[in-house]
Design a protein around this ligand. Structure first.
Ligand SMILES: [Zn+2]
Length: 287
């Protein structure tokens, strides 16, 4: 069954507003030609959302999904790191985490826990899932969904921090600018270096988990969660789809074909339950 699944998979990502600290990379310098106006809605600026925040978001969803099934996973921090709150780290170890790498003795014969297996660890052991950045573009016809791209509208948000003293009449003390992507909708491209049924099961389960918990602080994406940014609608795009079917998902003028509907049924009734079972089996084996 796993033979029918390609090593490249696509995750649907839809969010009204995403703020990734200062790390959205834009091609503004190409688009502006020296005349860039930050608040001009005609700006046709694309850019790249780096994989780091996306990866952290997915990893957190995967940890939660494994823990939901009673499993234990690697803590993201090195055991010998100097944590600012040592007691919090100790507490994490009592609730669904073990020390990073504690799940593996011999890297040659051992895969470690699911999180170690997927995300890798120290000593140059690579994870088996490769996360890519998402390239976004405001012009939908320029978006290539089959390459893990998205429609998205770059905006620079300005915030003024003003004086609170009545005498100052809200005098501006400081101005901050924040890069944001509005109305993001597209694909996040993940590649598995090695595909195992439980990986597919975990990916599907974790995305369901993230979708169901999308408004919770812990499961929002990016760095502006107190402001309602990073609330993401997400799911795994049916891995049985061919390229033209993947494109059709994003074509608002067209409905799914019969072949797509039939694949959705097969995915939901046959494939996904099998992969979820493989996930449960591996967690029960305790690795
Ligand atoms: Zn582990």
């Amino acid at each position: 069954m796993i033979e029918d699944i390609p090593a490249d998979m696509f995750v649907r990502i839809q969010t009204d507003l995403l703020v990734i600290g200062d790390s959205v990379m834009t091609d503004r310098h190409h688009a502006s030609n020296g005349n860039y106006e930050a608040d001009d809605p005609q700006n046709q600026i694309g850019g790249i959302i780096p994989a780091f925040p996306l990866s952290g978001w997915l990893r957190h969803g995967m940890e939660a999904a494994v823990q939901d099934y009673g499993g234990v996973v690697c803590h993201p921090g090195e055991a010998n790191a100097n944590f600012m709150k040592g007691d919090v780290y100790e507490r994490d170890l009592d609730s669904g985490y073990h020390e990073k790498g504690a799940c593996m003795d011999d890297p040659k014969n051992d895969d470690g826990c699911l999180i170690f297996d997927l995300f890798g660890g120290f000593d140059g052991i690579p994870g088996k899932i490769m996360r890519r950045p998402i390239k976004f573009n405001p012009v939908r016809s320029s978006v290539d969904y089959t390459r893990g791209e998205a429609e998205g509208h770059y905006r620079r948000l300005n915030r003024n921090v003003v004086s609170r003293n009545d005498d100052d009449n809200r005098e501006v003390l400081r101005n901050t600018e924040v890069d944001a992507v509005a109305n993001l909708d597209g694909c996040w491209h993940l590649s598995f270096r090695e595909l195992k049924p439980e990986f597919v099961g975990l990916l599907a389960e974790s995305l369901s988990y993230l979708d169901e918990h999308q408004t919770e602080f812990m499961h929002q994406l990016g760095g502006a969660r107190n402001f309602g940014a990073g609330v993401v609608d997400t799911h795994l795009i049916n891995p049985l789809y061919e390229e033209k079917e993947l494109k059709r998902v994003f074509d608002r003028a067209k409905r799914p074909t019969n072949a797509m509907n039939e694949k959705d049924e097969r995915w939901e009734q046959t494939y996904r339950p099998e992969f979820t079972e493989a996930l449960q089996d591996r967690i029960e084996e305790g690795s």
